[in-house]
Every structure is written in C-alpha cells, then in structure tokens.
Design a protein. Structure first.
Length: 326
C-alpha cells in the first residue's frame, strides 16, 4: 500500500515528523462512497492514481479533503495523506514524490520554500512569481489560487478606529510607536507572530519603526477578538484573516496598502509530471479555487475548530452545497 510506504519513508527521510504528524487512515474504502462530479466541463481522470497531502491543522485538512473528494468525484483513484505535519514535511513529501499534490500558500511558497525576498504586494504578481520560480527550479506547478488570504492583518473595533482616526495599518503602527500614545497591540501566543519574519518583524521593517515591547500584549488566540471588541486592554489585535474567530465579529480590518503583511492565498501545488499526464486536474481546481473566500474558509474552519465536525464531512458538505458534486 502506498500509504504504508509513505509513513515508512516519512519516518526515515523526514525526522521532523513525529507520530502525531502522521496522516490518519482513509475513512473511505477505496473511494467506495465517492461523490459524483457535477461541474462542467467534465474532467477525464478515470486513469489517474494520485496521492493528496496536507499539513496538520484544521484549515489545511479541510482543503486537503476538498481535493481528495473532488478528485474522487471526477473519477480519480485518490490516496489521502491528510495531516502530514508542518510545511517542511508536506513540501519534502511532495518533492520526493511521496505525495503528488497539496495546498500551499503563495506567501509561504515565496518566503519559506523558495527563500526569496521582496515579495510583491500585489497578490496576482506574487502568485505569478511563485509559479514561475517553483516550476523552473523544482518542477512544481501552482494552480489558480483562491481569493482567501491566510495571512496576518490587524483589526480593531469600529468605535476605536473612529476615536483614534485610524484607517490603515500604517496609522496603527504610527500610534503604537509613539511613546505618548496609550495604545496596545494584542498578539496571539500560538501564532508565533512576534518572531515570525512575516509578522511583527516585517510590520516594523515596512514602516522603519520599533514598537516598544510594553505596547505588545500576548493573549490566548481565542480571546483576541473579544478583547479588541471591548477596546479596553487591546486597542488593536493581530489576526489571521481566515480565522473562525472573525465569523460575526464586531471588528474592522485595517487597510494594508503598503503590503506590510505578505498575502497567503491557497493554491493547489502539483508535481509537473502528474499535471502534464492529466491536465484535467487543473479543470477541477479552476472550479474550486474561486469559491474559497475568506468568509467561506472562516465558516468551514469554524465547523472543525468550534463545532468539532470532521474535516472530511465538512469538505464533502461544501462540495455538495456549492453544486460541484452530489
């Protein structure tokens, strides 16, 4: 079984992967309960055997199962390798041919995987750059990205923004760096924002300022939005834009015209040899990607993170609800 070979290969080739990072067994039996693809044109994938991976956190597992169930619905024989681990584990598995595709984020691809600097602040230009470099250097194709952005942003209560006359990230950073202002930035303890090169470090370098440590308050991720809604202890809060905490939240996202935060649009990455042999794979994700907005991923993430629903069932429900499969 390819699944067992992958687990063995990961154990020896990828020491960063621990037992908790290993993908779970396929809950389906050879795709016997596969959905039926309804979107047009109908792809021809009956002779495709493919392994689909994902990283090991809820959003990635949902996206991974969306890919598994969509490709099965279109006729492919799919081996799910959902929940492989972190970025390095998933990427190395793809480069080694242990998985054939997984969803990656454009910002992650450019900065972490390709080790490039100076990413474009325009999402389309960033995607074009990532796609070109990764295909040329690693034979990895990036399919059409979704509009959802898994990147960082700052939010605040509308009343706070009005009182401080703040509209943009630059406005907020200026206040945070001003010793005379009594404002604060709450950040997630779990996100690693403070040490992330794409987080606080990039925020400060973009505007060439230093935000005093006394202005930065680490908080539990699940409390960030409620704290900034109150506006007492947290003037601004750092969030991830696809977080389920933003569903029905009474906060406003600050505009980011200078690109202080790198865009992280999800895009299905595929080994070029697989895509060349089965170009209809691209047709499947051309139907899926445009529907994955911030709002959609927040709601899907909420079902898993807050309602404790199974990621696979969430993915299947979504494909049916969107009319892509039955």
């Amino acid at each position: 079984m390819r699944h067992r070979r992958l687990l063995v290969a990961l154990a020896f080739a990828l020491p960063a992967a621990c037992t908790a990072d290993s993908p779970s067994d396929d809950p389906a039996t050879g795709g016997a309960d596969a959905l039926e693809w309804r979107a047009t044109p109908t792809p021809d994938l009956d002779d495709l055997e493919v392994a689909v991976g994902s990283k090991a956190f809820p959003e990635q597992e949902i996206l991974g199962w969306i890919a598994v169930e969509a490709l099965r619905a279109a006729g492919a024989d799919v081996q799910p390798e959902i929940g492989l681990g972190g970025t390095v584990v998933a990427r190395e598995a793809e480069l080694a041919g242990l998985v054939d595709m997984y969803w990656e984020y454009t910002g992650t691809g450019w900065v972490e995987l390709l080790q490039q600097t100076g990413p474009s602040t325009d999402p389309e230009e960033l995607y074009d750059e990532v796609r070109e470099v990764d295909r040329e250097e690693n034979d990895i194709a990036w399919l059409e990205p979704a509009p959802a952005n898994n990147g960082y942003s700052l939010v605040a209560a509308e009343s706070t923004l009005e009182a401080l006359d703040v509209q943009t990230v630059e406005d907020a950073v200026g206040l945070l760096a001003d010793e005379e202002e009594q404002v604060s930035l709450c950040v997630s303890r779990e996100s690693g924002f403070i040490d992330d090169p794409s987080g606080l470090l990039r925020l400060q370098s973009t505007y060439d300022v230093t935000i005093p440590a006394s202005r930065i308050t680490p908080a539990d991720r699940n409390e960030l939005v409620s704290l900034v809604e109150d506006g007492v202890f947290c003037t601004f809060a750092q969030v991830v834009l696809t977080s389920p905490l933003l569903v029905d939240a009474s906060v406003e996202q600050l505009e980011d015209p200078e690109g202080a935060f790198i865009v992280h649009n999800p895009s299905m990455t595929v080994r070029v040899d697989v895509l060349d042999g089965h170009p209809d794979v691209e047709d499947v994700f051309e139907e899926i990607a445009p529907l994955l907005t911030d709002e959609q991923l927040r709601e899907l993430n909420a079902r898993v993170e807050e309602d404790d629903d199974d990621p696979r069932e969430v993915a299947r429900d979504w494909l049916v609800d969107e009319g892509l499969a039955t």
